[in-house]
Design a protein around this ligand. Structure first.
Ligand SMILES: [Ca+2]
Ligand SMILES: [Ca+2]
Length: 80
């Protein structure tokens, strides 16, 4: 342990949008300490934001079942 070590938290907000993207990396680097502090050997952290939206799009139906009568045409509305 380092003398006078202070533990604190850094909050990085990750927005869960619906935009298809690949995995993304965020690098957080400690720089320019103040008050005579020095940066220790572990000054960088990498955050992997895993994609949760399919890059090629997500296909599906708006409803999972339809009720129709014989002799009619059933039109479904796929969405992506
Ligand atoms: Ca998302
Ligand atoms: Ca996204």
């Amino acid at each position: 342990m380092f003398p006078y070590l202070v533990v604190t938290a850094i909050t990085v907000g990750i927005e869960d949008d619906e935009l298809p993207e690949d995995d993304e990396l965020i690098v957080v680097q400690l720089r320019q300490p103040e008050g005579g502090a020095e940066i220790g050997p572990d000054s960088q952290v990498t955050i992997l934001v895993m994609a949760n939206d399919n890059v090629a799009g997500l296909l599906g139906f708006q409803d999972t079942s339809y009720l129709v009568q014989e002799g009619t045409i059933c039109v479904t509305n796929p969405h992506n």
